[in-house]
Design a protein around this ligand. Structure first.
Ligand code: ADP
Ligand code: MG
Length: 269
């Protein structure tokens, strides 16, 4: 029998989610704040020059404009990323609170999620190999599934391709029996040691403390996959070769609020 999570556990998993949101929002919002303040310095400098030197040279003007354009682009992409994050977390919260399933096609969710990472993937020179057939229909929680994929893409970018010129992500999906789908997500990046792999689902375990890691990503992934989507997750990794995350997901998730995870990670808070 499956039991609903106790209120206190639900609060704990929501707490981890909120901490994750706060942490992930920090980077794009921090970038935007820094850039906004640089932009306002530029404007002040420009005003001062105009006041003291009425006949500004065209070349000076053009340099100012180029800097301002760059600053606007940075703010634009940072704030877009922040807005995407808020949308996706809001959807997870709605899924968790309402327990309302929705019909969707797996390839739509995969494409939509990848689209939110388009700029970062391009910057990292990351090739994406997709083998997700159309027609894999789910009656489940698309926002939560998208959150899982987001975390896996983010991890490949943050941990997988460090110090490399380029990398590749492969996403592959297959029907498994009548009502399961097997989703394989792999990167050909740095991989991880057995010690890291062992702790990967522990909350706050990160090898990137102070460098963009919070250690909440894979814990949230674990909780969503087992507790919301009611599937299973396995991670395989080899240093220097890459990392593969294997998900087995029911195409019809049970209705109702967050469920007790199927099995618990080794670490208990
Ligand atoms: P964070 O990304 O904030 O560090 P996660 O919970 O997402 O935390 O991941 C925990 C740790 O697992 C990471 O710090 C990293 O060491 C390792 N890891 C996760 N995904 C990958 C990956 N694709 N390649 C290499 N290492 C990874
Ligand atoms: Mg992460």
């Amino acid at each position: 029998a499956q039991t609903n999570l106790q209120t206190s556990e639900k609060m704990a998993s929501l707490g981890a989610l909120v901490a994750g949101v706060a942490h992930e929002l920090n980077t794009p919002i921090g970038n935007s704040l820094l850039t906004a303040s640089a932009l306002s310095d530029m404007v002040r400098d420009f005003e001062r020059r105009l006041a003291t030197d009425g006949g500004l040279k065209r070349s000076v003007l053009e340099a100012h404009l180029a800097d301002a354009r760059k600053a606007c682009d940075i703010m634009n992409s940072s704030l877009t990323r922040a807005a995407d994050l808020i949308t996706s977390f809001k959807q997870v919260a709605v899924d968790q609170a309402s327990g309302q399933r929705r019909r969707f096609q797996l390839d739509d969710v995969v494409h939509d999620t990848l689209a939110t990472y388009a700029a970062q993937l391009r910057r990292a020179g990351c090739e994406v190999k997709l083998d997700v057939p159309a027609g894999l229909e789910f009656d489940s929680y698309p926002g939560s599934l998208s959150q899982v994929l987001s975390n896996l893409i983010g991890n490949a970018l943050l941990h997988g391709f460090e110090g490399r010129e380029s990398g590749a992500i492969a996403i592959e999906a297959r029907r498994e029996g009548a009502d399961l789908v097997k989703l394989r997500f792999s990167d050909n990046g740095a991989g991880m040691t057995a010690g890291t792999l062992h702790k990967i689902f522990d909350p706050f375990f990160t090898t990137k403390l102070g460098q963009g890691g919070s250690g909440l990503g894979m814990n949230i992934v674990y909780n969503i996959v087992t507790g919301v989507l009611r599937g299973t997750i396995r991670v395989e990794s080899e240093p220097g070769i890459g990392t593969t995350v294997l998900l087995v997901l029911p195409t019809r998730a049970p209705e109702g609020a967050v469920q007790e995870p199927l099995h618990r990670p080794a670490f208990q808070p």
